[in-house]
Design a protein around this ligand. Structure first.
Ligand code: SF4
Ligand code: SF4
Length: 437
């Protein structure tokens, strides 16, 4: 794509990066067919190519973001399906990240939208605040229908509906500790506890830590570690996201220097995509660039790391798993086969639901901020998954688990919970009403 940036504009390394991304696009439009918002809304401006034009125009003309650009960029899920499809290797992720930052800085959103975004940014990344908010949401749920009738309050209605009816007690596995290997030592890793996952489903990291230690891996939960910054990063809140990244880089750098790490394990793929990008996010910060690149290189999805441990083949479980490939895992990290191969080796029959490339509509805070598009994507996703007639649904991202779990009666579990069970851990409680293996 031809661009028209001035030399002065290109002197800014971030603008130069954006320009080189835009230039790679050859307008072929192949990405439109796999973009969930284009498939749902049918508007070119809600396709990757349309958004690239809007972003190019905004940056080329050095102008503030306008309502149209904000609308169509806000509707992007950052699912990155377009990056998997694009034959030219357009790095849409970094382009849209840069655009979101510019929009956040230069566009004044309507008041209700601003307040909702600020509230999400102040609550979600902090487990204590998030836990309290979920308790309040349980009280407010009867008013969801009322909020639904007022357009600017629809995100509040979506939030109330998504909140679980019960919240598990905080897990001791979320506290800083070193979990010793329970077999001959095979390695040493840190694990991300993060923010929302330990509140919504503490059993996921419990399963991961139990499985890893049984396999002979020492697991460190580092003191001071917290939200990876993905939630605010996708809102364009650059400084808040970079603060989170720097804090985690410092924490894990200490862990690397104090005993070494073979990997930094992430059980929420949305966070994994962001941590793997810390090196890029902090590339212009001389104090952090090198450390951040080292942390990113160590970040591994739990299934990527387990694949390196050469697990034994286990007996058949008589259970069919529909594997939902989270966008952040398949498109963001290009981890596609490892989860399915692990589940198969652990004795599960694995099904690939149709349209597996399409997002479930969760996408961080998307299901709150864009509830109508999100609901349409969720219904489509659940229909496709249920068509495989599974006993259980597995995925590697808490956002997807919550989104899909809110629309189906089939148990929805993290992949590692099934693997933990297959290799000697407890049977997940969510399976209690399913046929016993
Ligand atoms: S990231 Fe997803 S929603 Fe956004 S343009 Fe690409 S395919 Fe479409
Ligand atoms: S597939 Fe790639 S090159 Fe083609 S229009 Fe989309 S982003 Fe541009």
């Amino acid at each position: 794509m031809q661009t028209n940036f001035s030399l002065a504009q290109l002197a800014d390394p971030k603008t130069a990066d954006a320009e080189s991304i835009v230039r790679k696009c050859v307008h072929c439009g192949l990405c439109t067919a796999t973009c969930p918002t284009y498939v749902t809304l049918g508007n070119e401006l809600d396709s990757p190519r349309g958004r690239i034009y809007l972003i190019k125009d905004m940056f080329e003309n050095g102008r503030d973001a306008d309502e149209e650009t904000a609308l169509h960029v806000d509707r992007c899920l950052s699912c990155l399906s377009c990056t998997t499809t694009c034959p030219s290797g357009v790095d849409y992720m970094h382009l849209v990240d840069h655009a979101r930052i510019h929009i956040e800085k230069t566009y004044k959103r309507p008041l209700a939208n601003r307040l909702t975004r600020s509230m999400l940014a102040m609550v979600l990344p902090y487990p204590g605040r998030f836990r309290l908010a979920l308790k309040l949401a349980a009280l407010g749920r009867p008013f969801a229908g009322l909020f639904d009738k007022v357009k600017p309050l629809k995100p509040l209605a979506a939030m109330l509906r998504l909140a679980p009816s019960s919240i598990a007690a905080p897990s001791s596995f979320a506290k800083p500790a070193t979990h010793a290997p329970a077999a001959e030592r095979r390695g040493r890793v840190a694990i991300l506890t993060g923010c929302a996952q330990p509140v919504l489903d503490p059993g996921i990291n419990e399963a991961a830590i139990s499985l890893l230690t049984r396999l002979g891996v020492e697991v460190v939960v580092s003191p001071g570690e917290g939200c990876c910054g993905a939630l605010v990063h996708h809102m364009g809140r650059e400084e808040q996201a970079l603060d989170s990244a720097r804090r985690n880089v410092d924490v894990w750098t200490r862990a690397i220097e104090d005993g070494g790490l073979d990997a930094i394990i992430v059980t929420t793929s949305g966070c994994g995509t962001t941590i793997k990008d810390y090196g890029h996010m902090l590339r212009l910060d001389p104090a952090y660039a090198e450390k951040a690149a080292r942390v990113s290189a160590l970040a591994k999805d739990i299934t990527e790391y387990l694949s390196t441990l050469d697990l034994p083949v286990s007996e058949a479980k008589g259970m069919t798993v529909a594997y939902h490939s989270a966008c952040s895992l398949q498109h963001g990290q290009k981890v596609t086969m490892a989860p399915k191969l692990l589940l198969k080796a652990a004795g599960f029959a694995v099904k690939d639901p149709p349209e597996g490339h399409l997002c479930c509509g969760s996408a961080g805070t998307y299901n709150i901020m864009q509830p109508e598009i999100s609901a349409r994507l969720k219904a489509r996703k659940v229909k496709n998954i249920e068509s495989t007639k599974p006993d259980v649904i597995a995925a590697g991202n808490i956002g997807c688990l919550t989104q899909i779990g809110s629309a189906t009666g089939i148990p929805v579990l993290h992949t590692v919970e099934l693997l933990d069970w297959a290799y000697g851990g407890p049977r997940p409680k969510a399976l209690d009403h399913r046929p016993t293996a």
